[in-house]
Design a protein around this ligand. Structure first.
Ligand code: AMP
Ligand code: ZN
Length: 105
């Protein structure tokens, strides 16, 4: 997706503060953090939103949550928030599926 800002971050065409990376996912710090820890976890595959998920994406979404758990455990977080905005009316601004991982540390 040529004009997708998160695809550009995944492809290192624009910089981000990388927290975690593997074959499927990239996690980086939100540029406008709304809590002391505010990460964005994105699949490297471009998917517009949760509303655009297909049946074959179910493993990816399971892995997304487990990767968030892994990042949280790695940081020793005792509690955190995970949320996904879906669609403009759901607060989604960037049209590349992403999960916010936030903590008050
Ligand atoms: P959402 O409202 O769920 O679409 O969240 C999009 C998030 O992406 C917002 O919290 C923005 O602050 C964040 N964001 C936008 N551009 C960048 C960027 N270049 N690097 C890091 N975070 C970004
Ligand atoms: Zn994208």
């Amino acid at each position: 997706m040529e004009d997708c800002i998160f695809c550009k971050i995944v492809n290192k065409e624009i910089p981000s503060t990388t927290e975690y990376e593997d074959e499927q996912f990239l996690a980086f710090h939100d540029i406008h953090p709304k809590s002391p820890l505010h990460l964005l976890l994105v699949p490297k595959k471009h998917i517009h939103s949760v509303d655009h998920l297909e049946f074959q994406d179910r493993d990816l979404m399971g892995d997304l949550v487990l990767t968030a758990q892994k990042i949280a455990k790695g940081r020793g977080l005792r509690g955190y928030q995970l949320h996904i905005n879906v669609g403009r009316d759901g607060g989604q601004v960037v049209d590349h599926l992403h999960m916010h991982l936030q903590a008050n540390i």
